[in-house]
Design a protein around this ligand. Structure first.
Ligand code: BGC
Length: 394
């Protein structure tokens, strides 16, 4: 009996011991599980950045492409033209699509001088009238590449040059040194553009310095189709632009100098409206541009990040929100796309296959002293920020 009792005691001690051990083990497991869950939540998430080769330009310069991945977003940026080559964004069911127009290979980009797909445009985004401007009493002549005007920096603008890329936290920094006299512009200019990816937004930050007085207007020329590139036209996209005024243009798309109210015109996007709803209205500005190709005067303070546009694509639920520190926004509805360009996956880009929201200074500002100045002087640093945020509607 005693033996049996002792045995029973030993057994229960053993059992107690075992359950203590297994409790301790459970605690250790729990500790590690919590560690794995909580540590990534507490520390900021970093985008994964990888670099690879993307071929060579016709003159033999090597081009690299950087892939940024963060959460459900993926962006690819190449050093030729500092271009956004692809941008994968999930729809309302989580299915990702590439929502920017472009080409699969470098050759597509180098063979297309006119569309500026995904590029950083410089030195001067949009038009400069009669390919000339006066600065500090001196007249500067630029190459004309749009009738008698200069468009997007001239014949060989920043979109057609190979930038120097380097990985930075969450993204890539691209640097370009444009020599004094490049495309007629004064001053040696050093431009730096940083693309960084967060879980819900792509941020583009611009910096530049010069060694002589000059003018500058940098922007990004991505064409979006929130249903996915190559998925028809963008006429059903609902656009909201909270701007009260725009800069009307003449027949060659040069601003008249007026800041006109959008109220009562097809350019009023205070209330979300389909791009196609008024695009063919019998309104002179729409006829001149063949659709939307207008600079909006943003209501907020230049230098302070403000919402510039919000676009909803009803079939996929994708929402694009653009914020910027710039004073203007060029809303371009892809009017000059004409079905002659074959982009990614053999997709033919017809009229209105994509739209651009180019955050910028006003077109032709160097010839309009009343527009916000685009002058940059030695010792100053040009700086602007634009974010493209993504979400979905149910
Ligand atoms: C301009 C259009 C031009 C297009 C070229 C836009 O920024 O506003 O007028 O045709 O770029 O791709």
């Amino acid at each position: 009996m005693r033996v049996a009792a002792q045995h029973g005691k030993q057994e229960s001690l053993f059992m107690a011991n075992r359950s203590m051990k297994s409790n301790a083990l459970h605690c250790i497991y729990l500790f590690f599980i919590l560690l794995f869950i909580l540590v990534p939540m507490a520390s900021p998430l970093e985008a994964k950045v990888t670099k690879s080769e993307f071929g060579s330009t016709p003159d033999g310069t090597k081009v690299e492409i950087y892939t940024l991945e963060e959460g459900a977003l993926k962006a690819r940026i190449m050093t030729y033209g500092a271009r956004l080559v692809s941008l994968e964004v999930p729809d309302r069911s989580g299915k990702p699509s590439d929502i920017v127009l472009g080409y699969e290979s470098l050759a597509g980009y180098t063979a297309d001088p006119k569309s500026y797909f995904g590029s950083i445009v410089g030195r001067y985004g949009n038009r400069i009238a009669h390919a000339s401007f006066t600065l500090d009493g001196k007249v500067y002549h630029l190459p004309a590449n749009d009738g008698t005007n200069t468009l997007h920096g001239g014949i060989k603008g920043f979109d057609k040059l190979v930038w120097h890329g380097r990985e930075i936290p969450n993204g890539v920094e691209l640097t370009l040194v444009s020599k004094d006299g490049d495309q007629g512009f004064p001053g040696t200019l050093t431009a730096r553009v940083r693309y960084t990816l967060g879980a819900h937004a792509l941020k583009i930050e611009y910096f530049a310095t010069t060694d002589k007085d000059t003018v500058l207007n940098l922007t990004n020329h991505s064409y979006f189709n929130l249903a996915g590139e190559g998925h028809g036209d963008i006429l059903n996209h609902q656009v909201m632009i909270p701007a009260d005024r725009y800069t009307p243009v003449d027949a060659s798309l040069i601003p008249t100098g007026e800041l006109a109210p959008v109220a009562g015109t097809p350019l009023d996007f205070h209330n979300p409206t389909a791009i196609g709803a008024r695009i063919d209205d019998n309104f002179e500005q729409m006829r001149l541009a063949g659709g939307y190709d207008h600079n909006y005067v943003l209501n907020g303070k230049t230098g302070v990040l403000q919402e510039a546009a919000r676009v909803v694509e009803p079939t996929t639920g994708r929402i694009l929100t653009v914020e910027t520190t710039q004073p203007g926004l060029q809303f371009y509805s892809g009017n000059f796309l004409d079905g002659t360009l074959t982009g990614k996956h053999g997709h033919v880009y017809a009229k209105h296959a994509g739209f651009c929201l180019e955050t910028q200074h006003f077109p032709d500002s160097p010839n309009h002293p009343k527009f916000p100045t685009t002058e940059l002087k030695p010792g100053e640093t040009y700086h602007s920020v634009t974010t493209f945020g993504f979400s979905t509607a149910p």
